[in-house]
Design a protein around this ligand. Structure first.
Ligand code: SF4
Length: 186
């Protein structure tokens, strides 16, 4: 049986992947490697939600250590293209593991979310996997996103309110809180 490694960004998107990934002939193994998540308590919360899902569904997974330093190094001085650097870091790590463990394919649960750049992820994933000699598989969970959130909440899963990094947390909250940049304050 062919084996696919699924890079997992969080519990709810992994739940989406369980239903929406369209390759029934592949045996699936998930990977949790998310050095982008800030702060550590948020990371731990997302990891716990992911691990509970894996246990409930008796799914196989690997968890790599939390390495926020790696993410900081990857995006430093490239903040304008931070998502590209962030995807690249995570997909490379996943592809290295897929190669070491002899998987046939790689994909990512990032494809579950309408907030992620699917074209960029597809491009990067394809190029990273091709250079290592295996396939990157693309799927689209966006049409089912609202349904996924509903199902995740019904299962009492933690559903995060920002993408993961410190900048995304600020983008999510600063307007809502009426916060102004220092040079814009009266
Ligand atoms: S917004 Fe999300 S994808 Fe982009 S850098 Fe931050 S954590 Fe990574």
């Amino acid at each position: 049986m062919r084996r696919i490694l699924i890079d997992a960004c969080c519990g709810p998107c992994s739940l989406a992947a369980m239903d929406a990934i369209p390759w029934p002939d592949y045996s699936r193994h998930y990977l949790f490697y998310n050095p982008n998540i800030h702060p550590f308590r948020e990371y731990r919360r997302r990891l716990e939600s992911f691990e509970s899902l894996m246990a409930e569904e008796t799914a196989e997974y690997t968890m790599l250590p939390y390495e926020p330093e790696e993410w900081i190094r990857a995006v430093a001085y490239r903040e304008e293209s931070r998502c590209e650097m962030c995807y690249r870091l995570r997909l490379r790590k996943a592809a290295d593991l897929a190669m070491e463990e002899d998987f046939d394919s790689l994909t990512t649960t990032l494809f579950a979310s309408p907030y992620q750049d699917h074209d960029l992820i597809s491009l990067l994933g394809d190029s990273i996997c091709r250079s290592r000699g295996f396939e990157f598989l693309v799927w689209d969970g966006r049409p089912y996103y609202q349904e996924t959130l509903k199902r995740a909440r019904e299962r009492d899963m933690y559903t995060q309110s920002y993408c993961g990094c410190i900048m995304s947390e600020r983008e999510r909250y600063d307007k809502r809180a009426g916060w102004q940049k220092k040079d814009e304050r009266p």
